[in-house]
Each structure stands twice: as structure tokens, then as C-alpha cells.
Design a protein around this ligand. Sequence first.
Ligand code: GLN
Length: 280
Amino acid sequence: MEILAKNVLKEGEQLLQQAEIADYKIDNMLLAEHFLGVTRNSLFLRPDLTVSEEKSQEYLEAVRRRCTKIPLQHITGVQEFMGLEFSVNEHVLIPRQDTEVLVEKVLSDIKNIPSVTVLDMCTGSGCIAISIAKLSDNAQVSAADISEKALQKAKENNQKNGTAVQLIHSDLFEKIEGTFDVIVSNPPYIRTAVIQELMEEVKDHDPWIALDGHEDGLDFYREITKEAKKHLNPEGKIYYEIGFDQGADVQKILEQNGFRDIHILKDLSGNDRVVYGGIK
Ligand code: GLN
């Protein structure tokens, strides 16, 4: 049996609103697009559009899951990042738009270098490494993560995007050999005590190890910075994503480890988001 799409969508929207999902209208349209193939545009052009009973049940089931605060991306299984599509699950941090500032900075800095080697430390879904590989034509990219399950996703994303990022199972630099022109990282940086205060979607569904930067949130910056020097070429640079209040602290960690020419960049909301510096 066929039913009117607009009625099904209305039901979904009401359920999401009642469950107090913050962006319920947006999430509803994204679920409708994913599960019914119905967009705002197609409904506008054809208000009498119908969908099968079976499909509408699938969509409403997805809506009900979203109502329990399961992130939208865990229901659809995908997240867009840098214009590319990444497959995600509960073993990887869902790529965040803020992280695009980090990727864009690296891409613009390496643009005029004929050939460049890049290491993405704590790669998770692989979104940083894979975007750099895909959106540049001069970068040889490697990426490391401690989680084998995350690396499985990164491998899938590498194939999905047709990139050849070398994936390395490693606890930080333990298994990393050689030196690179660029080290980039969006490590876990949330203070342990603050994780409990985050949205349910994040604290209950993003992997804890992708969030937890330990007591003061800075452990991974200390560990990575200490080792990074041994793995950077003489003109090499390190680029970090940071939390909005970590700019000064991470700058200090870099300075204490001999890094120079350190800069902080802001994200689109005006918060400090990226710190980078060189070893020369
Ligand atoms: N590098 C991945 C990202 O930026 C994962 C980061 C993490 O797990 N902390 O999304």
C-alpha cells in the first residue's frame, strides 16, 4: 500500500519534537532523505508524493531510534566531511565540521610543496588523513590509531574515497617509523570530569577513548608533542585541533618542547580551534 509522504513525515517530525531532539526538523528531513529518498524539494514539486508502507515503517523505526538520542549518523551510518562521505559507527568519533579548519589549514600550507609526507595521529574514521589525501595531489599520507575497530572503519573509508592512506595500528608513535613533513592530530581532549556534562548523543555514543583527554584534557598533546620532534623533517610542522580553551596551554606545551613560530586559528564560531608550529 502507498501512503502520502507528507503525512509520514509529519508523524516523524512530531515524534522527534516530542522527544526534544534539538534540531528535530533538520534531523527529520535527513532521515526522510536517507530512508525514503524524499527531500524538501521533491515534496515541494510533488505534494502528493507517496511512499510504500514498508519504506515508511523503516523510516519511522529510524525516527524512533533517533528519539532515544542515538546520533543521526549512527542511524544513517554516514557523515559528510570536507565534501566527502565517511562511513561511521560507534567505534569512531563522528567527524565534526570544526575539524575542517584543521584540514583546510594543512591543505593550504602544503599546496605549493611538490611532494609532502603527512602523518595523522589518532585517525579514528580516517576523516583527516583521507581528506588530505583526496584533496591534494602531492601528499603521501599515513594514519595511526590505537583502536583496531576504528582502523577497520578508516580502511572502509579509504576504499570508499579511493585514497591510499597507509593505516598503522599503533599506540601513538610506538609503531611509527621514519619522519614526516606534517604531523596532524585531533586527539582526545575533553577533561574526564566534563564528559558527563556533554549531550547524551556524545557522551553515550561517541567512543569514550576518542573523547577522554584525562584529568586536564591535555595528556595527548603532551605525549604526542614530546615524540613528534623525532618524527618530523627539519622543516616539519605539527598541526593540532584543540578545545576552545586550550590554546594557551597547547602553545606552552609546544614551546616547552622546542617548537617555534606557533599560531592559533579560530573556527567559524570564533573559538580557538587549531594550534600549529614548526621545529625550526
Ligand atoms: N581524527 C578523527 C577526527 O578528527 C578522530 C579524532 C578522535 O577520535 N579524537 O574525527
